[in-house]
Ligand binder design. Structure first.
Ligand SMILES: [Zn+2]
Length: 476
């Protein structure tokens, strides 16, 4: 903006402030749809609540005077004009299920202490509403845009982004895209990811489980989801005294995580760790690798124990950078590779395990996967499945990113710097896409948990930031 720039901005922000109650009301309406993925039907690929929520949101955009389009229930758009969009803003209306522990109904917005509580308040219905009102403000104030802006409302971000896959078979990607489904200031680097699934057979030596007196591991289980540091694990062993297990755990300094109890002639060993997202494993305590470390120290000499000992060498407790697997890559922009052994199951002579790896942006899947497979093969484990995605990287020096950073600096008075993350955002597969908001640094909002909320002041601030970003990218 130039010329009457300042006046425009003051007036624009005054208008957005005047919309505060309307924003709260629109967000409350969207929260009333329990829009997590359900059974599909015609025109509703992700279920009825998702479908209805999208219809509602597009209705609001139409009432605001935007041109809307529904992409068969996969996504919807709201645009200023019919032109190809210069800027796409990508938000999503699907949510994760409510889970447990809510103070009040997750699908009835509750306002308390300046906060609006409800499933989707911050992820990502609140940010979607902030974009809707940012666009409305520019339109109602009659501020001219040189290029078109399009809000893209997706409906499957939480379950694999099949919405975008469909949408991009119908439409070209906008020249620039940001998603308010991450953090400020700007996320420009997302590490690459590999999910590895391995199996192995171990010759069973025990004939009469569970009454055998032979020294062996009969069962071993831990972890539930591949993208998390496992919080708990347990093993059933035979022929071993409780005191032996305690001694091993003590020697490794892990005793406080362990509980051991006799069940008949078996021993059950339980381990309690601390869960964390697989992209930040250093903030967790891996129950599976702790258990493996202790089992490896017990004296046994069968095939199963040999494999457990190999795993203990490849995934030492406390190591999160894949060094022992020979994949500890790092670069200046995105830091170290992270590696989590997240799920393990061993029963009746068969091992099944899963690991989650995030590698730095200057490397490729091909720099990691063959080496990982080789190390695991040497230990007798075979890769039977994998999911991999390359890293996502947008130059911090690009004019688009610099404009977004300037908006952040202007609005918060803080230095705006790009950040790299281990997770993937909604724009991971969109060339040149970045995340811009809606979470501020250090913000507490209970995303994906009970009593999720958005601070109403921040909802309004987000609308101002998005309005300014639109003007910087597409305005005069
Ligand atoms: Zn989200």
């Amino acid at each position: 903006m130039k010329g009457n720039d300042k006046m425009n901005k003051t007036e624009l922000f005054k208008y957005i402030d005047s919309q505060r109650d309307n924003m709260v009301s629109t967000l409350s309406q969207l929260i009333s749809y329990p829009s997590y993925q359900c059974e599909p039907y015609d025109g509703a690929p992700f279920g009825k609540a998702v479908r209805d929520c999208l219809t509602h949101a597009l209705g609001v955009c139409r009432d605001f005077g935007f041109i809307t389009k529904d992409f068969d229930g996969y996504a919807g758009t709201a645009s200023f004009t019919d032109d190809e969009p210069e800027l796409g803003i990508l938000a999503h209306l699907d949510v994760v299920p409510e889970g447990t522990g809510w103070t009040s109904d997750p699908y009835t917005a509750r306002i308390s202490d300046g906060k609006l509580f409800g499933r989707g308040a911050i992820d990502d219905k609140g940010p979607a509403v902030a974009v809707m009102y940012a666009m409305k403000a520019i339109k109602d104030m009659g501020i001219p845009l040189k290029k078109n802006v399009r809000l893209i409302l997706g409906t499957n971000e939480e379950n694999g982004s099949a919405d975008l896959e469909y949408y991009f078979t119908k439409e070209n990607p906008p020249k620039y895209t940001f998603t308010p489904d991450g953090n400020y200031p700007v996320i420009n680097i997302e590490k690459g990811m590999i999910r590895g699934y391995f199996k192995a057979e171990a010759k069973p030596t025990v004939s009469e489980y569970p009454d055998s007196s032979e020294r062996t591991v009969a069962e071993l289980h831990g972890g539930a989801t591949i993208n998390a540091v496992p919080e708990s694990a347990y093993a059933v062993v035979t022929g071993i005294d409780e005191s032996e297990v305690v001694k091993c755990a003590e020697e490794l300094g892990l005793l406080d995580m362990f509980t051991v109890k006799s069940i008949g002639r078996c021993l059950r060993i339980d381990v309690k760790g601390v869960s964390a997202h697989a992209s930040t494993p250093e903030s967790g305590k891996n129950a599976v690798t702790a258990l493996i470390a202790v089992l490896a120290k017990l004296k046994m000499n069968d095939d199963c124990h040999k494999k457990i000992s190999s795993l203990a060498e490849l995934f030492p407790y406390g190591e999160t950078n894949g060094k022992s697997l020979g994949i500890n890559l790092n670069d200046k922009e995105s830091g170290e590779l992270t590696c989590v052994l997240s799920v393990i199951d061993y029963e009746a002579g068969s091992f099944d395990l899963k690991c989650d790896i995030r590698f730095p942006a200057s490397f490729k899947v091909e720099d990691v996967l063959p080496k990982l497979t080789e190390s695991m093969n040497k230990a007798g484990f075979e890769l039977y499945n994998n999911m991999a995605s390359q890293a996502h990287c947008v130059s911090a020096d690009s004019p688009f990113v610099q404009k977004l950073l300037s908006v952040y600096e202007e609005m918060t008075g803080e230095k705006g710097e790009c950040i790299a993350i281990g997770g993937g955002t909604y724009v991971h597969e969109i060339e040149g896409g970045v995340a811009f908001g809606a979470e501020f640094i250090g913000e507490d909002n209970h995303m994906h948990s009970a009593d999720e909320f958005i601070d109403i002041d921040k909802l309004v601030l987000n609308a101002k930031m998005f309005a300014l970003a639109i003007l910087r990218v597409c305005g005069e």
